[in-house]
Design a protein around this ligand. Sequence first.
Ligand code: DQA
Length: 148
Amino acid sequence: MNNKIIIINGPNLNLLGEREQSQYGSITFDELEEICIKKSNELGLDMKFVHSNIEGELVNLIQQSINKFDGIIINAAAFTHTSIAIRDALDVFKKPIIEVHISNIYKREDFRHKSLISAVVTGIICGLGINGYILAINSMHEILLNEN
Ligand code: DQA
């Protein structure tokens, strides 16, 4: 049976391609989803790609993932820097988690330098543009293969 992963995207990522292209590039959110579907299919991963602007909905998605998915890739966007609720939900998910940021959060404003979720994830990819999502899918694939 294929491994199942979920890619969870937080607030404003639906505006990719329109918002701050100098930070996030020109690829749209729909194009990013297509790229992630293609890569996951190539690797034989069943992948679900989701977005919410709402903190509680992201918490619900993480909780619902516990019995449905083998791994989470998450770009919590601005909630990375503020949400204890998302951190606590991720902490309950006892399987691999990869945190992704399109931009290099450490090169930006001070308030982006602190991630509340990094301490509860398996690994972090940031500053490599949307390629970070591809790297995360590849890494998740390897992690899950090595587990089985
Ligand atoms: C982001 C970085 C966050 O600081 C920001 O709030 C985002 C996107 C990134 O992918 O680079 O919305 O997570």
